[in-house]
Design a protein around this ligand. Structure first.
Ligand code: FAD
Length: 395
């Protein structure tokens, strides 16, 4: 027996849940399918378990997409303020951590509970543990062969996410469906991901893991982020590194300003006047983590001198050393630890108003499966909410 629904959404993650409740409130008969045992797993582990669910400063410039205008319509029609209003209606306490990033006070589970409650109120049917075996176009709709039998629908929404964190059930399903319908998929890579180091650098920074410092990280394309950098035992991480990783291409270097805002030449003058016999190492340890300074000196990258022994050339060299500290990453940690997938379903193939495939009426792609990725800080969930809403309004 074939089960018929007006709308079927594949993927009960952030985008799928938002799309389902939006369509449900419009009176649509919605079935939300997922192959996992549990819905919204990425929401649950996001933001260190507190879910950075949106950002107060959402703007199109914070998204990577081959068509930078594509995100504008959906973000405008369901904005961060709309999502915040829903969070407030559910009495969920939240706070701004930094840079406009909003987190739950208590737990990411509050967001999953909110979305499932809304789906329930909207009459959405949610069915987990369902393998989608195949999808085919029918007369005026789509049919799905699944582990639970055959389903048919008028509108089919693909919300299966990207490739990041396969441990959490990420699959290339959405890209395969796009390819099946001859919808272009742009090459995918890991984004918001730690860097690994070349062997020489790995040896240079051995033992520094856990050290964190504020930096400005700059990619060769000119994009820069002012946030913290963290040494790990595999390489470099921290928000500045994750952000810049989305703008980095293999083989390129990244420049770090290790002393942002400091006029180093001036600072040296002041210290030399105040404490001429202070060692460079002890002086720098007032500005930078001591272990890092010690290591850089052991490596011979800093002169073993007191401030009054530093020549003009020494000071100039140190100035450029700290403000333009260059690293050529060996690579990234890849999808295993990436927060997002760059690339995906080509936005040229979709309506920016509805997320419907231009050449396949009734077929929609929302969330991370689309070639839209945001900065770190709640931007990716906002894309999931906004694109899910856009499709939910029309399916
Ligand atoms: P997902 O939320 O990934 O949902 C996809 C759903 O599809 C899943 O339920 C999955 O089980 C299902 N599915 C997959 N394949 C199939 C299949 N073949 N058949 C059936 N179902 C399938 N973003 C932020 O904005 N703020 C954060 O704090 C944040 N923290 C993050 C932390 C981590 C560790 C990670 C990995 C990501 C984080 N992100 C964060 C990014 C954010 O989680 C994603 O951008 C967002 O979840 C994408 O939503 P989505 O609905 O498109 O996909």
């Amino acid at each position: 027996s074939v089960k018929q629904h007006q709308v079927i959404i594949i993927g009960a993650g952030a985008a799928g849940l938002m799309c389902a409740l939006t369509a449900g409130y419009r009176g649509r008969d919605v079935l939300l399918l997922d192959n996992a045992k549990q819905l919204g797993r990425k929401i649950l582990i996001s933001g260190g378990g507190r879910c950075n669910f949106t950002n107060q400063n959402i703007e199109p410039g914070a998204y990577l997409c081959s068509n930078p205008h594509f995100v504008k319509s959906a973000l405008a029609r369901f904005s961060q303020w709309d999502f915040i209003a829903m969070v407030e209606r559910h009495g969920i306490d939240y706070h701004e951590k930094t840079l406009g990033q909003l987190f739950c006070d208590d737990s990411a589970k509050d967001i999953v509970d909110m979305l499932t409650t809304e789906c329930d109120w909207a009459g959405v049917k949610i069915q987990l543990r369902t393998e989608i075996l195949s999808v085919a176009a029918t007369d005026g709709g789509y049919s799905l062969q699944t582990s639970e039998g055959e389903y048919r629908c008028k509108s089919l929404v693909i919300a299966t996410g990207g490739l990041s964190m396969p441990k959490l059930g990420a699959t290339p399903f959405g890209f395969r469906i796009a390819e099946q319908f001859a919808i272009k998929v742009l090459p995918t890579t890991a984004g918001l991901v730690p860097f690994t180091l070349q062997p020489e650098d790995k040896a240079r920074f051995e033992g520094l893991s856990g050290i964190s410092l504020p930096v400005i990280a700059k990619a060769e394309c000119g994009r820069q982020f002012r946030e913290a950098m963290l040494f790990t035992h595999r390489g470099l991480s921290g928000p500045a590194v994750l952000q810049i990783s989305s703008y980095w291409q293999p083989g390129q270097s990244v420049l770090f300003d290790l002393l942002p805002d400091l006029d180093f030449v001036d600072w040296c003058k002041t210290i030399t006047a105040e404490s001429p016999k202070l060692s460079l190492k002890n002086g720098l340890s007032r500005l930078l983590p001591k272990r890092l300074v010690e290591r850089l000196q052991e490596l011979g990258e800093l002169p073993n001198k007191n401030f009054n022994q530093l020549s003009k050339a020494d000071v100039a060299a140190l100035d450029s050393y700290f403000h333009c500290w260059q690293i050529q990453p060996g690579g990234t940690e890849g999808y295993r630890t990436a927060e997002v997938t760059l690339g995906g379903v080509d936005t040229d193939e979709l309506s920016s108003k509805t997320m419907e495939a231009k050449r396949h009426p009734g077929l929609y792609f929302i969330g991370e499966v689309v070639d839209v990725s945001g900065w770190l800080g709640g931007y990716n969930f906002q894309w999931a909410w906004s694109s899910g809403y856009a499709a939910g309004e029309v399916v």
